[in-house]
Design a protein around this ligand. Structure first.
Ligand SMILES: [Zn+2]
Length: 449
């Protein structure tokens, strides 16, 4: 029997091609698809409510679920985060993820996904380890997840192409296709050109995409020039990594040549401005990327370098940081930023989500407009609503999250998992991993031969 949900009397933000907002709108969900969208009276005339779950969205906005395009499940938020990127990676992030087991990854994933879902995120593009645990967690809580490993050259003791291949065969297509597996490359400083070429070959062999950190910091650019004689995006291009199904995270220090390579190959960019700011990595050339016609979505990156998974915060940052940097308040208008967090992210992953349009996947969130965040609100004024969603709101405005046609979060409660148990278990897992992790000594204290 098909599951039907009728959401009526809401302010429906479609993010469709015409950028329509229906101020007394309704959306019908049937199984995992959107079956109808329109004015409430018209939709109710076309669709019987018999056997349907009817949600009265009066005083609420109805939006496509948000897509977090660059994501890591996180276990060690706030731990050693006074350090700059390179030192942080060596003494905290890598030791933690090397000490990870199935159990720790599973509870870390549930803690991460539950925060995201509460903040209206319905899709995560998650690069981490122990993908079986991540896939199990995603299946259980009900989120849409694209998972990839953390592949590096063997001496770094992270994941291998073989690990990622195994994860693909174990989890790609699970939960009726809600879970996919991409090939994940940690970043160029830990990769040879041969590994990059082999990653592309494997992705093509499996018919899947690639998720990579690219041109994140000046240290990465310098490392690339020293080891390869050219800039990171040029190396990735030569190895065949770039392409329509490649999500390149960060791209902070792109030269004009690198930007042209991204554009030429149709590569997708995840812009992660709050992570870049916290880690002191700089400000990406977002206005130029968008002018070049590159598809750019938004990501929070990881709770270790953000420290929040609230994509509403990332939206605000994605506007403000560029206005401050260029001394130009015309940049990154609210509607454009909202588009990045919804349909651009969905398009980057080739997903039928990100828009409330008939036939698309039923990933929908309800936002409560009856709060100070959305007051005052001029009725039937799209610009006013968009402004509040990007500049005034935070994730606590989300009261319902529906993924693949299933209500997973409603009235502040999860329908799928025990939130308090997740918090307890994630805390315990963090302490077990900290006890187990091996932190390498700083280079100048390494005993000599
Ligand atoms: Zn990252």
């Amino acid at each position: 029997m098909s599951e039907r949900i009728i959401i009526k009397n809401g302010c429906v933000v479609t993010m469709n091609d015409a950028d329509d907002v229906l101020f007394d709108g309704a959306v019908v969900l049937e199984d995992d698809r959107i079956a109808d969208v329109g004015r409430t009276a018209d939709v109710l005339a076309r669709n019987s409510a018999d056997g349907a779950r009817v949600i009265d969205a009066s005083g609420k906005a109805v939006l496509p679920g948000l897509v977090d395009l660059h994501y890591h499940t996180a276990l060690g938020k706030g731990w050693s985060d006074h350090l700059p990127l390179w030192e942080y990676l060596e003494t905290c992030w890598y030791p933690i993820i090397r000490a990870l087991d199935y159990d720790a990854a599973y509870w870390a994933a549930l803690a991460s996904y539950s925060e995201s879902i509460k903040c209206g995120v319905t899709t995560v593009n998650d690069m981490y380890r122990q993908l079986t645990a991540l896939g199990d967690a995603a299946e259980e809580i009900g989120i849409r997840a694209v998972l990839s490993n953390d592949i590096a050259d063997a001496e770094h003791d992270l994941d291998t192409l073989e690990d990622n291949k195994e994860a693909f065969h174990a989890k790609n297509g699970a939960a009726k296709g809600r879970i996919e597996v991409y090939i994940g490359i940690e970043w160029l400083p830990l990769a040879s050109e041969e590994l990059l070429r082999d990653a592309r070959l494997l992705a093509d062999e499996l018919g899947t995409g690639i998720h990579i950190h690219l041109n994140e910091s000046l240290t990465e650019v310098e490392n690339s020039k020293q080891r390869f004689g050219r800039r990171p995006t040029e190396v990735a291009y030569d190895a065949g990594i770039l392409g329509r199904n490649c999500i390149a995270a960060h791209c902070v220090w792109l030269s004009d040549t690198e930007m042209a390579l991204i554009r030429e190959t149709g590569t997708q960019i995840s812009h992660n401005p709050s992570s870049n700011a916290k880690l002191g990595n700089g400000i990406a050339r977002l206005p130029e990327m968008l002018r070049a016609g590159i598809n750019v979505g938004l990501g929070h990156d990881a709770a270790e370098c953000n420290n929040s998974r609230d994509l509403f915060q990332v939206m605000k940052f994605a506007s403000l940081i560029h206005r401050a940097n260029r001394v130009d308040a015309t940049l990154q208008q609210a509607g454009d930023v909202l588009k990045m967090a919804t349909r651009n992210g969905a398009d980057a992953l080739g997903h039928q989500t990100g828009q409330l349009v008939t036939g698309r996947k039923a990933d929908v969130i309800l936002v409560n407009l009856n709060s100070q965040m959305f007051t005052p609100l001029m009725p039937e004024n799209k610009g006013h609503l968009y402004s509040h969603l990007v500049f005034a709101a935070n994730g606590s405005c989300v009261d319902t999250t529906i993924i693949d046609g299933r209500i997973v979060f409603e009235d502040g409660q999860f329908t799928t998992v025990d939130e308090q148990k997740i918090l307890r278990e994630a805390n315990a897992a963090f302490r077990r991993v900290v006890d187990r992790m091996v932190v390498p000594p700083p280079p100048n204290t390494t005993p000599g031969p």
